[in-house]
Design a protein. Structure first.
Length: 436
């Protein structure tokens, strides 16, 4: 500010209308809105057919919603001149495409403001419509079309993808219709430590065919460049990846491996609870009282929790729960080992322990051992490929849950996919750089 040169106030520059080829000629400021009367700077008085110079015939007014000034909506009233060619009798209007697209209700600046508000400020469409003083439908159609044109339909966003994550996502909680979609996440920035993960695409349904068809639609060069696919325990995703990405490594990420072991622990606790007491867990029951401590890592347990666990495990009737708990803690310890090769060795030892005869006597360990043995290569691949966890995929799922809360739910899947891509597609740096 010290070296800046102050200039005379200019409403055209202040409202950034000079970028739209407009000039302010009048204003009306009320409590509800700001109205700016503008004219098109370029005369555009040469005939578009024969090239002769035309004569001014009359003018018409075009109303456009503009980016708001503070908390007031801003309305532009464009005085658009109409010309008539004396030679060929052609009549035309001044060119206003710099200010807005043909038949559009929002100026190009309003479109950019709306897109930034959705992508960067996480506003709802209703809030954007209120700020622009237009209907919800008008705001929604305009901003989604602009988002597709400028961001979503840009094929360059699929470039340089080497690591992807795939997971299912519940997009609506209703009894009717398919509530699942398959989300494909770009984990390359996480693996390369260059930024956060981002949503690549979202496809209706959850099956092997859905993921396979999406991969098949990708160019051969893109599929060849994918090195790692992180996923949960759903075998359909693995089968599709094996078919379409034969050179890629499938990784069963730590989040779901620990979840499998934790689910086995909960199932065993509930079964033993029912067998020993004849009823579901109650507040006074020892096993029910330690349900949270059982799922806590040993390094995070308090002295009180350790004492309660020792008391529960002292009962011979709870031996099976202790056996599953031990496996669960060993899985957690393996993933927390900072030296990856030692962690891999520790987890391989867990997989081998689950194959022993003593482990097979516990139903939950037998089931867990079968799963771990079948997916052993995918489980252990994580230690050879750091940064390939599907955890960021779960984080994006959480952001999509937040998006649904902002919008109070969605009924149209097409709109939900577009809004999800704008929300978590990693477009913020692109918009910020263009804004500057």
């Amino acid at each position: 500010m010290r070296n800046a040169t102050l200039q005379s106030p200019n409403l055209t520059t202040f409202c950034r209308l000079d970028d739209l080829g407009l000039e302010v000629t009048g204003q009306l400021v009320t409590h509800e809105r700001t109205v700016l009367v503008c004219r098109v700077v370029e005369a555009d008085d040469w005939c578009h057919r024969c090239g002769s110079q035309g004569r001014l015939r009359d003018s018409v007014t075009r109303r456009l919603a503009h980016e708001p000034s503070g908390w007031r909506p801003t309305v532009l009233l464009l005085q658009v001149r109409r010309y008539r060619c004396e030679h060929c009798k052609h009549v035309w209007r001044q060119d206003t495409t710099a200010a807005a697209a043909p038949r559009a209700k929002l100026s190009r600046a309003a479109l950019r403001w709306s897109l930034v508000s959705l992508v960067c400020q996480h506003l709802s469409v209703a809030r954007v419509a209120e700020a622009l003083d237009v209907s919800w439908d008008a705001a929604n159609r305009a901003v989604l079309a602009e988002g597709h044109r400028l961001l979503i339909d840009d094929e360059r966003r699929f470039e340089h993808v080497t690591t992807i994550g795939v997971d299912e996502h519940v997009w609506r909680h209703t009894r009717h219709g398919d509530k699942y979609v398959t989300v494909i996440i770009d984990l390359t920035p996480i693996r390369a430590k260059t930024g956060p993960s981002r949503l690549l695409d979202m496809v209706e349904g959850r099956s092997k065919a859905v993921f396979r068809d999406w991969l098949e639609a990708r160019p051969d060069a893109w599929r060849t460049g994918v090195e790692i696919v992180a996923m949960d325990g759903f075998t359909g995703f693995k089968s599709a990846a094996v078919e379409q990405l034969p050179d890629a490594v499938e990784v069963l990420d730590p989040f779901h491996v620990v979840k499998l072991a934790g689910d086995a622990l909960d199932t065993c606790r509930q079964r033993v609870q029912q067998a020993t007491t004849g009823h579901r867990g109650r507040t006074s029951d020892p096993l029910y009282g330690v349900r949270r401590a059982l799922r806590t890592g040993t390094t995070l347990l308090t002295e009180r929790q350790i004492g309660r666990l020792e008391s529960v495990f002292a009962n011979p009737e709870h031996a099976e729960v202790e056996a599953v708990w031990t496996i669960y803690q060993r899985v957690i310890t393996a993933y927390r080992e900072p030296r990856k090769q030692l962690g891999k060795t520790a987890l391989r030892a867990v997989i081998n322990a689950l194959a022993e005869a003593t482990a097979k006597t516990v139903p939950e360990l037998a089931t867990l051992g079968t799963t771990f043995k079948r997916r052993a290569a995918d489980i252990l691949a994580f230690f050879d490929h750091p940064g390939s966890s599907n955890g960021p995929t779960e984080a994006i799922n959480g952001r999509l849950e937040h998006l649904r809360g902002i919008a109070l739910g969605f009924r149209n899947l097409t709109h939900y996919i577009a809004r999800s891509l704008l929300e978590t597609g990693g477009f913020r740096p692109s918009l910020h750089s263009q804004t500057r």
